[in-house]
Design a binder for this molecule. Sequence first.
Ligand code: C2E
Ligand code: MG
Ligand code: MG
Ligand code: MG
Length: 272
Amino acid sequence: QLSRAGSESFVTLGEKEIRDTEKGTVVKRNLEVAIDNDLVEAFLQPIVEAKTHKIVGAEALARIRDSEGKLIPPGLFIPIAERNGSINQLGEQVLDRVCKFIAENDLEKLGLNWINVNLSPIQFMRQDLNQRLTSIISRRGINPAYLHLEVTEESMIDDSLLLKQIKSIQESGFYFVLDDYGSGYSNLARLRRCPFINVKIDMSLVWEYVKCPDEMLPNMVSTFKNLGFSITAEGIENEEMAKMMADIGCDYLQGYYFDKALTMDEFIAKYS
Ligand code: C2E
Ligand code: MG
Ligand code: MG
Ligand code: MG
């Protein structure tokens, strides 16, 4: 059973620690200001092809700022937004920023075939999510095929309804990616029935494998590939990690070794 907004299930330890502190209150206020004034930003982090390290896509990552303009990391504000429901507007503002970026830039020139956008499990509680997403992209005149929507496994807990929603959104032309695979509850049998085009292996599995290689991750990657999913490895911080993940068959890589999340202007300046 997927929990409702307002329940404790999506509250991370980090947020629990700061929730009732002064810092938590300040972040909550910064979040309100950003959302009410349409100021949520989308930073872009490159995703590269594992064999060539050529850029092929990017992931949009939400950022807000404090009153002095300093960036606040999503680890602090996403749990708050999920708890008070403002993640709906936040997620839609990120999608809108990405659509605007696609409308105003030559993606091909930037090497981008697609841009990934994160969807929170909370957003699926809205039965009209498909219409909401579709109306944002049509307002900007964007083809949904440029958008790869990242969902985490926790989104998949409430099987049947959710799968129906994913399928209807997919029928509107969006693609789906499974995010953070291996970071929590995993059910391969269920994933088989989901229309993902790509599975992102969570950083924690990547790091474990690099520290202490065994057959688990290579087997997982080949199983996914046999099921028809392409694979992205997250959290690649050095050349050795990039090579090891390419060697076990990952198709795409993402991590600080290639680049961190950049502002859209920085991204254009660097990758044009
Ligand atoms: P995620 O979707 O798994 O995004 C990847 C996170 O890993 C990003 O953190 C990224 O900056 C970080 N990362 C990338 N490469 C490396 C690396 O080589 N090493 C390390 N240590 N970290 C790396 P970020 O931007 O802080 O976002 C954290 C999480 O917040 C995201 O994890 C995602 O779950 C959530 N998030 C961010 N933006 C959104 C959004 O627009 N909507 C929703 N629902 N969640 C978001
Ligand atoms: Mg993601
Ligand atoms: Mg991820
Ligand atoms: Mg992750």
